[in-house]
Design a protein around this ligand. Sequence first.
Ligand code: IPM
Ligand code: MG
Length: 352
Amino acid sequence: MQREYKIAVIPGDGTGPEVIREGLKVLKAVAKKYNFKYETKVFDWGGAYYLKTAKTLEDKDIEDLKRFSAIYLGAIGDPQVKTGILERGILLKIRFSLDQYINLRPVRLYDSRFCPLKDKEPEDIDFVVVRENTEGLYKGIGEFRNKDTPEEVAIQISYNTYKGIERCIRYAFEYCRRRNKKKRVTLCGKTNVLTYAWDLWERVFYEVAKDYPDIQTDYTHVDATCMWMIKNPEWFDVIVTDNMFGDIITDLGAMLQGGLGIAAGGNINPQGISMFEPIGGSAPKYTGQNIINPLAAICALAMMLENLGEIQASQAVENAVIKVATTKLKSLSAGKMGYSTEEVGDLVVENL
Ligand code: IPM
Ligand code: MG
């Protein structure tokens, strides 16, 4: 049977379109090689669209997205638009409306040259963060009281449901089992201070763990997690955490890999439509210069292919990325690769 996919492409803002272009170039080549078909539809949501139409994403756009096999996103965020509008109106709206409750962010070092830590080898930095992606502080619950007065109070609530935590933690254990490496799931939280949210997280964690006797459990506070990520990153296998902590520690994780130029993530609804993106953001200062690293977007493509069931194609893309990164690039950072954005995309295609 012919495998065929419909991909919604949202290039978005800043350098998003430049890196997505390279990702699509790789998709075209890998589809030919592994004999599957796909159609893409490009959506122009983002800063420019908002400035023109005063619209972010409407409910009918979400309905439209439901027709696709997956979503491939560049970046959302434009300095000309008040911060938060596009992030909440597009990126978070998709994550929430499509119930993409897992944000899966692998942290993998491909070459010790790229790591800011001394004496760390690729085998030392190889873990995955499972970030809860629809709740916590991101839920947007809160209020101002006595706004614009010296008595002002701003309240921002972290919203955590048993069901939301349970499905996230269970995903982490399942993923850990499939990954079959160190077989350890670490809960990253803050039980010593955030005594409601993390009490529930901790209870659910140990309850779910009972179903996985083959997997070790561990707990670290989020501050200590940051310390251990630098001191002993080799201890980690799968880290599971809430939305806010996951956001923070995955930027730190990206640095261990060599920068945001290589870090990719998947916003996953295991029963629905998932969205894949480089995690670096729109990088306005590099826009239009053909110097941004497209490998993160290409790694996001590899994650998307895996999610679609194109395992061989996904592996081939990741292997090509590894080859290009380790044998060609001087650095993974924008402007320092020794190649342009387009050339890096071409190199990946040549190495498929
Ligand atoms: C990320 C980003 C987003 C987040 C922003 C752009 C809203 O930092 O994907 O990590 O906070 O989730
Ligand atoms: Mg982030």
